[in-house]
Structure formats: structure tokens, C-alpha cells
Design a protein around this ligand. Structure first.
Ligand SMILES: NC(=O)c1ccc[n+]([C@@H]2O[C@H](COP(=O)([O-])OP(=O)(O)OC[C@H]3O[C@@H](n4cnc5c(N)ncnc54)[C@H](OP(=O)(O)O)[C@@H]3O)[C@@H](O)[C@H]2O)c1
Length: 252
């Protein structure tokens, strides 16, 4: 019985939809789920990145721009044609235009808020009826340090990531009684395409590392445990919450 508790983290046989699955955190989380026996559906704009990310894993790729009008309906129709629907949704697609509040254009504002905030809701809402039927579902949103504090040139990104925390609570309020939990992972600084401009400046990256309690920036592997916790039965009575995976950045 020593390992009995480990079954709580068993996600084998589930199906997961991961937006932003072609790179960075989304790619890593797709890999971590696939390695745990989950079929993975990856969404992003770049087909080559999605294919490389899927590799030999069981699943499918859907190359589309989630911000385009009708994209989430189109995605839903394509996934409906698959023999398995998602039990787990990881809303990892995101973008940061990095524009000062004085200069950000209306189109950059809308694109960023659409992708970072509206799309996670619209994608999740589509698959809730299936999850309700099963009495089981996991929605995992990706928050940020900018969900609770402002960083330079983050006006639209921060506004959307602040909204993600409340969206997560509201999803939990709406759907948890059907066995569907909604939670967020809030990463600190991880080296990905999104943060490439920050990590290009070694001194700045070192300052960020020193701002954590642990003393280093994130490594993709740091996401695996929190992800499997939120994706599995282990977190069955946890909903509407955000888990900071930030090395203690927000604790210090
Ligand atoms: N890295 C960090 O330190 C950090 C910290 C806190 C939060 N986050 C969050 O983590 C999530 C993943 O970011 P990341 O750091 O892994 O950066 P990333 O590698 O740039 O990932 C973003 C993903 O979103 C996809 N994407 C962008 N626009 C899209 C669109 N219109 N339609 C569909 N997919 C789109 C991109 O693929 P395509 O370009 O192929 O479309 C890409 O795979 C984001 O929500 C981000 O805000 C990251």
C-alpha cells in the first residue's frame, strides 16, 4: 500500500487539449501529459512546431490562429470529429506585445486580450458539455506574475493575466459542481520564446533569479509536478485557485 497515493496522480487514458502546445511551457506540458499516458491535442498557428511537438505521442495537431473570428468554433468542430474529446484543457497560448501604455495600438490591445483572456474562456466553454456528461474535467489556465503586479510594458498582458485569475474563479463557480475543476498555474520567469527578450539580457535574468526565494529562474521541468497535480484526481477538491510556480518570487 506504500504507493497507493500515487494513483491519485494517474492521468493515463485521458485526453488533453493544449493551446500553445508547439513551444515553451505549452510544449513542455503537452510532453509531460503525453509521457503520463494522455492523448494530446495541440493547437497553435505554426504547423511545423506543433508536429515537432507531437512527435510520436498519441494525439493530433490543429494549426490555427485562435484569435481569428470563428476559430474556436472551427476548432470545436474539428475536435468533435475525433473519437475522443478533451477531459483536460490547458490554456497555454499567450502573447505579450511589450508596448508602453502610451503607445500600444488598438489592434495590439485587442489581440493580446483576446488571446490571453477571451480564448481560454471560449475554448473551455465549448468542451464543458462533454466534461459534464462524464462528471469529470480539468481546466488549467496559465496566469503570471503580472496577474497580481505590473511590469514595464505589460499593460495589455497584465490586464488579461489579472483577468485570468478571476476567470478561473468564475469557471470554478460555474462548473465545479459537475466534477470540473478550474485552476491556474502562475509561472515565474521561464526561458521561452515569450521571455526571450528578457533572457537575452543576462544581467537582467540574473536579477530576476535573485528576486526568487530559491535563487534561480524556472526550468521547464519545474512545471511537471504542479501540472500533474492539477490535471489529476489529486486536486479533486481544489478549484478556483492559482498555484504560483515561481521559486518563491511572490513570497519574497
Ligand atoms: N515563460 C514565462 O516565463 C511565462 C511566465 C508566466 C506566464 N507565461 C505564460 O505561459 C504561456 C505559454 O507561454 P510561453 O512562455 O511558453 O511562450 P511561447 O513559447 O511564446 O508560447 C506561446 C504559445 O502561444 C501560441 N500562440 C500565440 N498566438 C497564438 C494564436 N493567435 N493562436 C494560437 N496559438 C497562439 C504560440 O504558437 P504559434 O506562434 O505557433 O501560434 C506559442 O506556442 C502563456 O500564457 C504565457 O503568458 C509564461
Amino acid at each position: 500500500m506504500a504507493n497507493a497515493g500515487m494513483n491519485l496522480f494517474d492521468v493515463a487514458g485521458k485526453t488533453a487539449l493544449i493551446t500553445g502546445g508547439g513551444s515553451g511551457l505549452g510544449q513542455f506540458m503537452a510532453k509531460a501529459l503525453a509521457e503520463a499516458g494522455v492523448r494530446v491535442y495541440l493547437v497553435g498557428r505554426r504547423e511545423d512546431r506543433l508536429s515537432a511537438s507531437l512527435g510520436d505521442h498519441d494525439g493530433a495537431i490543429f494549426a490555427l490562429d485562435l484569435v481569428e473570428r470563428g476559430a474556436t468554433d472551427h476548432l470545436f468542430d474539428m475536435i468533435l470529429a475525433m473519437d475522443k474529446q478533451p477531459d483536460i484543457i490547458v490554456n497555454a497560448a499567450g502573447i505579450n506585445p511589450r508596448r508602453h501604455a502610451d503607445d500600444i495600438s488598438e489592434s495590439d490591445w485587442h489581440y493580446s486580450v483576446d488571446l490571453n483572456l477571451n480564448v481560454p474562456f471560449l475554448v473551455s466553454q465549448k468542451f464543458v458539455p462533454y466534461m459534464k456528461q462524464n462528471g469529470w474535467g480539468r481546466i488549467i489556465n496559465i496566469a503570471s506574475l503580472q496577474s497580481t503586479r505590473a511590469f514595464e510594458n505589460g499593460i495589455s498582458y497584465g490586464a488579461a493575466k489579472g483577468g485570468i485569475l478571476q476567470l478561473t474563479r468564475a469557471m470554478a463557480e460555474a462548473w465545479s459542481r459537475y466534477g470540473i475543476t478550474a485552476n491556474a498555474l502562475a509561472p515565474g520567469f521561464f526561458p521561452t520564446e515569450l521571455t526571450a527578450p528578457l533572457f537575452a539580457d543576462q544581467a537582467a535574468a540574473q536579477r530576476l533569479a535573485e528576486a526568487t526565494a530559491i535563487g534561480r529562474n524556472g526550468a521547464l521541468e519545474d512545471m511537471r509536478g504542479p501540472l500533474l497535480f492539477l490535471a489529476s484526481d489529486a486536486s479533486g477538491y481544489v478549484t478556483g485557485q492559482s498555484i504560483a510556480v515561481d521559486g518563491g518570487f511572490t513570497a519574497k
